[in-house]
Write a protein of this length. Structure first.
Lengths: 256, 222
């Protein structure tokens, strides 16, 4: 379920979710939200400011995501979608504001945070000399306490329709196949939070459908997804966050 | 933690064995660099014997520099480094795993080639064992210090040259005690203090370098 974390609507009453524009920054695209017992958003960002190369990319951004929720990041190029995903992953520290997982700041324990998320960036991290199966198994083994689960990796490859490529070295893969192998990595080991940065790049229609299906299953099991995309993905019950609303240039003389 | 460490070592060893030429080139460079000296200083056996330990150590330093640039570069370029930083274990352990694999694939072959080159340079036979021992204790230090430099130059152009400038001065203590251990053994003096100091360097760098290196890597992937 999705929890709006805006202003007074937060169950915790945290006033720090300040939205500086009158425009409602979150649009609930679906109304049949199921209840999940506790209303506490499991993953929240408060008053986030991101600075890249001495330029403020966005400021005063907040979000809240509960178990099973999906947050779609939209906005023009350079509006900070990738930067926000990197903030969420903990790869980039926010210039201001904080990110919390169940009320605990992620910067307190970056290793545990790393263990509960899967991040898909612009690069596919597919080693050219390792086979597709070896690539996926390495990453799943890192998550499963050193036991590379062959079964889970093969199943993930099947889901994404590249099981027949399992023994092919990474250097022979096309861009779309590499992306599928990268997505197989996140399916091969469980993690509650998926951070997907333009995951549909180079994917064909069938693979996008498989990904939508996988995201649906992940959310049904209580997982969360944050996804930035230009292509329309058929996901129900999503929150949309338009990063243009937090762009700094639109906030002359901003004061919190 | 331990399993993550061994997984990274195994992965890097597998990567190295599949693209074997890189490591072969390091050893070939080591051999050629040493072989150049008899041509340069002349084939006088006494002179060669006198400089043999120093030549082998200097060539080993340069050879181990050669492969350092690639230590994190490939993972950085294909996005693996970001993902390694997001695993449920400290980045220091990742660094330690990668350094271990680097030493196994470049340090060990150098040590294996060293006695042959010692014969070529007419080194006194009582120095052989100590040469191997000193290299065994000293080369891990080279890999560990080198990892800090490799992490610092990540993403910069001409990183290889910069890396040499950063790292070679730090190799000097290892060079001094490595050579003096062999010289002491050849001239019949005790060589234990030098080996102990080399061991201290290794333990010190084992404690400090993964930490410094992980810090530099975090900066690089921001």
């Amino acid at each position: 379920m999705l929890t709006l974390a805006a202003g007074s609507e937060t169950p915790t009453g945290r006033s720090s979710f300040s939205f500086r524009k009158s425009k409602i920054p979150f649009r609930r695209t679906d109304s049949h939200v199921t209840s999940n017992g506790n209303n506490m958003p499991a993953f929240t960002g408060t008053d986030l400011t991101c600075v890249r190369g001495e330029r403020i990319v966005f400021a005063g951004l907040g979000f809240g995501l509960a178990a099973g929720g999906a947050l779609v990041l939209v906005g023009p190029n350079g509006s900070g979608k990738s930067s926000l995903l990197r903030l969420m992953a903990g790869l980039l520290p926010p210039a201001e504001g904080g990110l919390d997982w169940d009320g605990e700041a992620i910067s307190e324990d970056p290793e545990s945070h790393g263990g509960r998320l899967h991040y898909v960036g612009h690069l596919d991290a597919v080693k050219p000399v390792l086979t597709v199966a070896e690539n996926v198994q390495f990453w799943s083994g890192m998550r499963n306490g050193g036991k590379p689960s062959e079964e889970a990796s093969l199943k993930a490859l099947e889901v994404l329709g590249i099981a027949h490529l399992a023994d092919i070295p990474g250097r022979f893969l096309s861009a779309g196949q590499k992306r599928r192998a990268n997505l197989a990595r996140i399916l091969s080991a469980e993690a509650p939070l998926w951070l997907l940065d333009e995951p549909t790049t180079a994917l064909d229609v069938a693979a996008i459908a498989a990904l939508e299906d996988a995201i649906g299953k992940h959310r049904a099991g209580g997982g969360m997804v944050v996804i930035s995309t230009h292509a329309d993905m058929a996901l129900d019950d999503t929150q949309t966050l338009d990063l243009d609303d937090f762009a700094h240039h639109s906030l002359p003389g901003s004061g919190a | 933690m331990i399993s993550g460490f061994t997984q990274i070592v195994r992965r890097d060893l597998r990567l190295a064995s599949r693209q074997g030429m890189d490591n072969v080139m390091v050893v070939v460079f080591f051999v050629i660099a040493v072989v150049l000296f008899p041509f340069g200083v002349g084939p006088e056996p006494n002179i060669l014997a006198r400089i043999s330990a120093g030549v082998i150590w200097v060539a080993a330093l340069l050879a181990s520099m050669l492969s350092l640039e690639r230590l994190f570069q490939a993972d950085y370029e294909d996005g693996s480094l970001e993902l390694l930083a997001l695993q449920p274990m400290a980045l220091e352990i990742v660094v330690l795993g990668k350094v271990t694999a680097h030493w196994l694939t470049t340090g060990l072959p150098l040590i294996a080639a060293a006695p042959l080159l010692a014969v070529l340079l007419n080194m006194e036979t009582q120095g052989f064992l100590i040469l191997i021992g000193a290299l065994l204790v000293g080369t891990p230090t080279l890999s560990l210090i080198g990892a800090v430099g490799a992490a610092l130059v990540l993403g910069s152009r001409r990183g290889g040259v910069l890396l040499s400038l950063l790292i070679l001065p730090l190799y000097i203590p290892v060079l001094i005690f490595g050579v003096s251990a062999v010289d002491a053994a050849i001239t019949g003096f005790t060589f234990k203090p030098q080996l102990l100091i080399l061991g201290a360097f290794m333990i010190g760098s084992l404690a400090l370098c993964p930490w410094a290196s992980a810090g530099a890597l975090k900066q690089a992937i921001e």
